[in-house]
Design a protein around this ligand. Structure first.
Ligand SMILES: C[S@@+](CC[C@H](N)C(=O)[O-])C[C@H]1O[C@@H](n2cnc3c(N)ncnc32)[C@H](O)[C@@H]1O
Length: 415
């Protein structure tokens, strides 16, 4: 078998998997992902690596080995193309250029369409421009620019697809959309990233889908670093806050000296069941929500999360001296696990009870439901004009999360 035949077979396997798994539902997306050669955009990698459904091809890393640029995983590209609902003739801006995704977009909007892809890194744009031209997509405009400002000279766009992890929505993205335009963006909210499909509603953006994803971070003027709070001043337990530290860090210093409060919820989860809406639910209702990680080399057993690199956690914002996290324990059936919470600090009983109540509320009201509606309004919008009370404030925008009322959500799982 020639390399080209082998690549075609591997590509077919990837697309079959994405169709069977439900990521691809649109025939046009299936067709272009079967036809356009992904390996033309990763000439230095081997075919098995390139045609891996859930893995990105890393094309550039920083001095610490952290990926800064990639050709995104086929699953992520397919998912965002589905969210974008591209049609022939559309004008599209892609922010973050790997080449392959722009080629897929160019196929989907056809010869009457118009595709601009921009990247902040001139090495990335040089690479993308060359590979796009070699693959026959020289009509795609490749520019070097900070995506924070969009591309005013080419606006308006029917679609803007952001392909780097954004912490905020700068005004340019909404202003450069047509009246019925859509913005697809991996947005971070309290440390959780969701690829959100937004409709333009004039003065605001309103979500119609929010799907779990991971992305390299946004660089340039929109870059935003999360803050790490080391509990007790050592590297053993770290709490990562993405939207500002809600407490004075030293107040947590004595929390680990208290006994650990443990409470179990009676709420169980299947071993392979997706529960993406639980972290989002806790992040919505707990202003002190954070992600806890434990250094395995320094772990003295002060905390015992089920997953040491990612545990849903929160600090008690009333006093700042107590924190807690969600864990699980295996049920006797071996196939399911029960959610529990641990809390440490003077208000441990109070925080544990609050976390248990939230897990119960999620279980009875939102589990398997569509998740929250996410609305983005300008940062100067007064509280009285917000569409709901649960808000995460960013630099340029206010992100409002509204969960469906209890009893309306159980039938239509999209998360
Ligand atoms: C995941 S890669 C893009 C993948 C690409 N869309 C593909 O074909 O799969 C993310 C890119 O975003 C770029 N990027 C990061 N911050 C940016 C910014 N502020 N403006 C434009 N590009 C940015 C990075 O340089 C990187 O190349």
């Amino acid at each position: 078998m020639t390399d080209s035949e082998w690549a075609k077979q591997l590509r077919a396997q990837v697309v079959d998997e994405l169709v069977e798994g439900g990521t691809i539902t649109t025939p046009q997306i299936e067709d272009v992902m079967r036809r356009v050669e992904r390996h033309a955009f990763a000439p230095d990698n081997n075919l098995e690596e390139i045609y891996s459904t859930y893995a990105a091809v890393i094309t550039k890393s920083d001095e610490h080995g952290i990926p800064m640029s990639s050709v995104s995983a086929p699953q992520i590209q397919a998912m965002m193309l589905e969210q974008a609902r591209l049609e022939p003739g559309m004008r599209v801006l892609e922010i973050g250029s790997g080449g392959y995704n722009a080629a897929l977009i160019a196929e989907l909007v056809g010869p009457e369409g118009d595709v601009t892809t921009i990247d902040i890194d001139s090495q990335v744009t040089a690479r993308a421009a060359q590979l796009l031209a070699e693959a026959g997509y020289s009509q795609v405009r490749v520019l070097t620019a900070d995506g924070e400002s969009g591309v005013p000279s080419r606006a308006l766009f029917d679609r803007i697809l952001v392909t780097a992890g954004a912490w905020d929505i700068p005004p340019a993205w909404r202003e450069q959309l047509t009246e019925k335009g859509r913005l697809i963006v991996p947005l971070r909210m309290r440390g959780l990233t969701r690829s959100i499909g937004f409709e333009n509603r004039g003065d605001r953006l309103v979500s119609d889908s929010a799907l779990v994803c991971g992305f390299v971070p946004m660089q340039g003027s929109g870059a935003h670093r999360e803050q790490l709070l080391l509990v007790n001043g050592t590297d053993e337990i770290g709490l990562r806050f993405d939207d500002g530290l809600p407490i004075e860090p030293s107040r947590l210093d004595n929390a680990v000296r208290s006994p650990r409060e443990e409470a179990w919820t009676g709420v169980s989860v299947g071993r392979h069941e997706l529960i993406e809406s639980l972290p989002m639910y806790l992040a919505t209702y707990l202003p002190g929500f954070c992600i806890m990680a434990v250094d395995p080399d320094l772990d003295t057993g002060l905390v015992a999360p089920a997953n040491r690199s990612f545990a849903m956690a929160a600090v008690d914002t009333a006093t700042g001296d107590t924190f807690g996290y969600v864990t699980t324990r295996r049920n006797v059936d071996g196939a399911t696990a029960e959610f529990g919470v641990h809390a440490l600090g003077p208000r441990r009983s109070h925080l544990a009870a609050e976390l248990v109540d939230l897990v119960h509320a999620w279980n009875t009201q939102q589990r398997g439901g569509p998740g929250p509606r996410i609305e983005v309004v300008p940062a100067d919008t007064p509280d009285a004009d917000l569409p709901g009370p649960q808000v995460i404030d960013k630099r340029h925008s206010r992100v409002v999360l509204t969960w469906p009322p209890a009893g309306t959500s159980a039938d239509s799982p999209t998360q």
